[in-house]
Design a binder for this molecule. Structure first.
Ligand SMILES: CC(C)(COP(=O)(O)OP(=O)(O)OC[C@H]1O[C@@H](n2cnc3c(N)ncnc32)[C@H](O)[C@@H]1OP(=O)(O)O)[C@@H](O)C(=O)NCCC(=O)NCCS
Length: 177
């Protein structure tokens, strides 16, 4: 059986990505991605994702300097499994909330080890993009993500408390060299 792999977004994965997007929306994730628009012009959606343009910084989009972001999809047996975003550098917003690496596995595929796989596979790519130490930020109650980050070697930095603007986040540094 072929192994999972990280690839650039591609129209080849349209059907399974759209299924996954519906799953994400059902749990409240990626609500800023318009399902109808993506379905109507998947090629344009993929083109945007492949442009490495910038990380999306809700709710501070207008206040934050843009940072290039490489988006990769985890694929297995030709099916979309999850997404990892690699921000090429940090800005003040990503330092507090977001970090260099952000990953998600589609809800129907969770619990099968893909969360560990996607981060492990993203680390050398991050390093290729010039990141030696990657910052990851995670909600203190997100047990699966914390396990994954610590399993991959993440070193705990701190846990800034919730503020008016930001939710609490545990911050980790991950050696990608
Ligand atoms: C976090 C996430 C990527 C995990 O994906 P996954 O495919 O389920 O992860 P894995 O199957 O590799 O499991 C990772 C670990 O979490 C553990 N885990 C799973 N569910 C858990 C739970 N409810 N409580 C505690 N640990 C849990 C697993 O046992 C596993 O640890 P182990 O192998 O040491 O036993 C997925 O839940 C997700 O996409 N969440 C939403 C986005 C998100 O939180 N991303 C992280 C941003 S930093």
């Amino acid at each position: 059986m072929p192994a999972s792999k990280l690839v650039r977004p591609d129209i080849e994965f349209r059907d399974s990505y759209l299924e996954a997007l519906a799953e994400y929306h059902a749990e409240g994730a990626y609500d800023y991605i318009d399902y109808s628009r993506v379905r109507a012009d998947f090629a344009e959606f993929v083109k945007q994702l492949r442009s490495d343009r910038f990380a999306f910084h809700r709710p501070f989009q207008d206040w934050v300097e843009p940072v290039p972001e490489t988006v990769l999809w985890l694929i297995k047996d030709g099916i979309y499994i999850g997404t990892v975003k690699i921000r090429h550098r940090l800005n003040w917003h990503l330092e507090k909330w977001g970090g260099h690496l952000n990953f998600i596995i589609r809800p129907s595929m969770r619990g099968g080890g893909f969360g560990k796989k996607i981060l492990q596979k993203a680390m050398p790519v991050a390093n290729y993009l010039g990141i030696d130490k990657a910052l990851l930020t995670v909600a203190p109650g997100n047990r699966p993500a914390i396990r994954i980050i610590e399993f991959c070697g993440g070193v705990f930095e701190d846990e800034p408390p919730e503020t008016e603007r930001f939710p609490a986040r545990r911050r980790y540094w991950l050696d990608c060299t």
